[in-house]
Design a protein around this ligand. Sequence first.
Ligand SMILES: CC(C)(COP(=O)(O)OP(=O)(O)OC[C@H]1O[C@@H](n2cnc3c(N)ncnc32)[C@H](O)[C@@H]1OP(=O)(O)O)[C@@H](O)C(=O)NCCC(=O)NCCS
Length: 221
Amino acid sequence: MKEEEVRSLVKLLAARLTPAEVAGVSIADYSGGAHQEEEALAATFAAGRAREFLAGRLAAARALAGIGAPVGPILRGSQSEPLAPEGYALSISHGAGIALAVAARRTDLHALGIDVETTGRLSRKLWRRIFTPGEAAALAGMPDPAASATAAFSAKEALYKAIFAASGHGAEMKAMELTIAPDGVFRARISNAGALGVPAEIDGFILITKEATTAFAAIPA
Ligand SMILES: CC(C)(COP(=O)(O)OP(=O)(O)OC[C@H]1O[C@@H](n2cnc3c(N)ncnc32)[C@H](O)[C@@H]1OP(=O)(O)O)[C@@H](O)C(=O)NCCC(=O)NCCS
């Protein structure tokens, strides 16, 4: 995705994300700016993966700076989650040529998750692993099932990240039952919320553009 497309996607997202801050970096155009410790981590990855990782770190630093957070190297936790500075929530995603990061003060949002996918990319073969029978039936009846399924998958990935940030546990894809309104606003019922220690319902929204499908989920403070 070109810088210009990145800017317009970030602008669309920013309008809906307050009080969280969002930043985006074109993966193809990434040309440095990450911390030395992050560069050292990236040196252990293959070239393409290193570039998306570093573009994500740069986006994260910009999102954190936007809410006045101290920005040092963003290291990784034991399950590869990004480690935000104390008192801040942070999530990173890369896909469709863009690295996106979203950050908030934990006094505003307890935990958050962002995900970006190429619009319409989710293979039908994966539906059974991701969606409940009710969700699959609803998706099959949509005018563009592939685009809708990618959007629903993206929402579940964003939810997964927010739930992991809040609980330290991975959630099952089929333990999140989505209801998505025509404007992209969604609510997920989390069937094992009690065991995970997260709210039984978590809200978010999906934004679909030609190039990218982006989803955001947040657990309130
Ligand atoms: C962790 C997971 C959510 C990452 O999503 P993805 O679409 O593969 O990749 P994205 O680019 O959107 O996100 C990657 C970023 O998520 C973040 N991340 C990784 N693990 C995380 C976790 N446990 N919690 C929160 N964030 C996490 C990292 O910042 C990572 O980027 P980085 O390594 O460059 O820092 C995903 O791999 C996963 O495990 N999903 C749930 C399992 C599942 O059932 N998936 C369905 C497969 S059909």
